[in-house]
Ligand binder design. Structure first.
Ligand code: PLP
Length: 462
């Protein structure tokens, strides 16, 4: 309590040289806020008796104000190091973009562009035209359009094709995707009445047939992206639904969630249909995300038969769901890599990380652990241990990808301490705790991360 007397007045702190310098660089209000926060902390510390007298001296207070000001002025959206092994980590921004997208973003962000200008005719053009041909080339579809995200794609598709009428969907596919986005809710918002058929584990062709009436607008298939129904199950395939749709004169919609464009068989121990498969099967309209398996920016991609896509291009909702030029630029650059599947596997980080093999990851883990050992104090130790990574992003829920983990231990710190302190670093490091060990997965660590990771681990030991 004695220390309360040591707390300087705000006005006096503002006179100190170290703080006066800050006032010349930052708005006065912000500096004032930082000073007040530091003094509040000192008051709390004095009451708790948890501080040395030195903490109240000019030098220490100025340093604390500077630190506080840095916290107040740093961006809220920051880079983090993903050591979690979850490749499409929804909370960490899902996919990271391919290098090719960097150039496209740089050019389009800082220049005027032909976003809505037809350079051949010299008249107004459409922003949706820029990726349509490429999407058709890659998927075999007749037409395509892109919107802000896949939830928007589902909303637009249903609004354009089924508003005021009924959509038939299997009870086994009425999914919640995360962030409480639920297929049934989106359907209601688009003015579509849901006609649930089948049971959670089994839906048969005749269930769809029996549901058809004069109000039926579409058959909807939703890809089970974030869970799997195992055991005694029966799902109506895309091919079967197309056949049923033809018989009933009802178009078929598929929400594929994670839009995969490449053949993953032999690379991942779990089948994932491609968008091309569904187009070939005759599905009328397909929607998928740009930033899940595709590995591009957040986007909702819609491909399908021309009359349906044309109706969406004219729909009033489109304006509210449209994507911006930066997304378009990075999406076009990402999609272009898919012209050659080998290039896509090499250049698209999401695909590269997902298909990294255990021998590759073991080599990477050894190399990273070796370099970290050299660059960090002896109090930090590293050990390799095998484990699994995950695809994440509500994709491939059954997939456990074998990996080689780096277990990090720090003298005097528990795994929970390590986790929370690394999360609080200037460049936060996100790992995971399993069986009382703090783990980093080389699958999601980037080459550029190493130096900052070493710095963070060094700070931990200090
Ligand atoms: C992820 C997902 C969505 C939502 O996509 P966003 O791009 O996140 O809007 C919709 N449907 C399915 C099946 C999904 O997996």
């Amino acid at each position: 309590m004695q220390q309360l007397k040591l707390i300087p007045k705000v006005d006096r702190v503002l006179e100190w040289e170290g703080v006066r310098r800050l006032l010349s660089e930052q708005p006065r209000e912000l500096v004032l806020k930082a000073v007040r926060q530091v003094l509040d902390l000192l008051r709390a510390g004095a009451r708790a008796g948890s501080l040395d007298d030195a903490a109240f001296a000019e030098q220490a207070v100025c340093t604390a104000v500077l630190r506080e000001l840095r916290m107040l002025t740093r961006p809220s959206l920051r880079r983090v190091i993903n050591g979690s092994g979850i490749v499409i980590h929804t909370n960490l921004g899902r996919s990271i973009l391919p290098e090719a997208a960097r150039d496209a973003l740089n050019t389009i962000a800082f220049s005027y562009s032909n976003l809505e200008f037809d350079l051949d005719q010299g008249v107004r053009g459409s922003r949706y035209s820029h990726v349509e041909a490429l999407l058709c080339e890659l998927t075999g579809a007749e037409a395509a359009i892109v919107v802000n995200n896949n939830a928007a794609a589902v909303l637009l598709t249903l609004s354009a094709m089924a508003a005021g009428r009924e959509a038939v969907v299997s009870r086994g596919e009425l999914v919640e995707i995360g962030g409480s986005f639920r297929i049934p809710e989106v359907m209601r918002l688009s003015g579509v009445t849901l006609r649930e058929v089948g049971t959670t584990n089994r839906t048969h062709p005749k269930d769809y047939q029996n549901a058809v009436n004069e109000n039926t607008a579409v058959f909807l298939k939703v890809h089970c992206s974030n869970f799997a129904v195992l055991g005694f199950t029966k799902e109506v395939t895309a091919e079967e639904m197309v056949e049923l749709g033809k018989q009933a004169g009802v178009p078929v919609l598929a929400d594929m969630g994670s839009g995969n464009l490449v053949d993953l068989s032999g690379k991942l121990p779990c089948p994932e249909p491609t968008v091309q498969d569904f187009v070939r099967a005759g599905v009328d309209v397909i929607t998928f995300s740009g930033d899940k398996l595709l590995g591009g920016p957040q986007a909702g991609i819609i491909v399908g038969k021309k009359p349906f896509i044309e109706a969406m291009k004219k729909h009033q909702l489109l304006r509210a769901l449209r994507m911006d030029k930066l997304t378009l630029a990075s999406l076009e650059a990402t999609l272009a890599l898919y012209r050659d599947e080998m290039v896509a596997f090499k250049e698209v980080p999401t695909l590269r990380m997902l298909t990294a093999t255990l021998p590759e990851l073991t080599g990477r883990a050894r190399k990273i652990a070796g370099q970290l050992r050299r660059r960090t104090p002896d109090a930090v130790s590293f050990k390799l241990t095998d484990g699994f990574s995950q695809a994440g992003g509500g994709t491939l829920p059954l997939l456990n990808l074998p990996t080689m983990l780096i277990e990090v231990a720090v003298e005097g710190l528990s795994p929970n301490d390590i986790e929370s302190r690394l999360r609080g670093m200037e460049i936060p490091v996100i790992g995971r705790i399993s069986k009382n060990a703090f783990l980093l997965d080389p699958r999601t660590l980037q080459d550029d991360d190493l130096q900052d990771l070493a710095a963070a681990l060094t700070a931990l030991a200090g």
